[in-house]
Design a protein around this ligand. Structure first.
Ligand code: AP5
Ligand code: MG
Length: 216
């Protein structure tokens, strides 16, 4: 299964990508996670990316395309992948098409998770992520069993550096301007599957699965 997950910041891409990756037995490729790992390690990529991420801006297309191309050529993508957070601009989508063409494979679907802006803001205020394994929680909608501790690895739960209200507003504006045009782009290619993301996590997951099976 080769899927792109799209949607505004906070739509639940990461939450659903993890569940879909497990269900289909393919890797989740989350460009935001790759960048945050580089920032934490202090690599040249991390240093460059941090300047953009802290401001809520997109990292340049050529940098992102290089990262994704390299990652897609690793062996464990043979049976598919869940792309979470890429492509985010039309040039990125065009590059992805070329990369996949070179690999001789095609996307099965582009899943667009739709959530109203006000709901997104509330999600950021309550999001907590594990500083060790990156698992995502919400203090109200998806709380850990023990406050502040990751269920999966026992790591400490923290708030993400770009989750303050001002940066979040900026990220949503950048989404509207630079990423939303991709909805039309994939619609025209007949690849788009729109999903109402303003429902409980499990309901959204079941809906995505049934739509991917062509049942909805
Ligand atoms: P990235 O990490 O991709 O962030 P994002 O797109 O802003 O999206 P988020 O990860 O914030 O949200 P999500 O949709 O994954 O939601 P989540 O599942 O966590 O990118 C970060 C930065 O990296 C960018 O700003 C940019 O600088 C750079 N970058 C990355 N990719 C790039 C690219 N391709 N090009 C250029 N730059 C790039 O859920 C959110 C919260 O809601 C959680 O607390 C969760 O528990 C909760 N939740 C989830 N689903 C539900 C539900 N159904 N009901 C209630 N709560 C829910
Ligand atoms: Mg995410």
């Amino acid at each position: 299964m080769r899927i792109v997950l799209m949607g505004p910041p906070g739509a639940g891409k990461g939450t659903q990508a993890k569940k879909l990756a497990e269900f289909f037995g393919v890797p989740q490729i989350a460009t935001g996670d790759i960048l945050r790992a580089a920032v934490q390690e202090g690599t040249p990529l991390g240093k460059k990316a941090k300047e953009y991420m802290d401001k809520g801006l997109l990292v340049p297309d050529d940098v992102m395309t290089g990262i994704v191309k390299e990652r897609l050529q690793e062996k464990n993508t043979e049976n598919g992948f869940i792309l979470d957070g890429f492509p985010r601009t039309i040039p990125q989508a065009e590059s992805l098409e070329k990369i996949l063409e070179e690999m001789g494979v095609k996307l099965d679907a582009v899943v667009n998770i739709v959530v109203p802006r006000q709901e997104l803001i509330e999600r950021f205020a309550g999001r907590r992520v594990c500083e060790v394994c990156g698992s995502t929680y919400h203090i109200k909608y998806n709380p850990p069993q023990k406050e502040g501790i990751c269920d999966k690895c026992g790591g400490k739960l923290i708030t993400r550096a770009d989750d303050d209200v001002r940066t979040v507003e900026k990220r949503i504006d950048v989404y509207e301007r630079e990423t939303k045009p991709l909805v039309d782009y994939y619609q025209r290619k007949n690849m788009l599957v729109n999903i109402d993301g303003n429902r409980p996590i499990e309901t959204v997951f079941e809906d995505i699965k049934s739509r991917l099976r062509g049942e909805g």
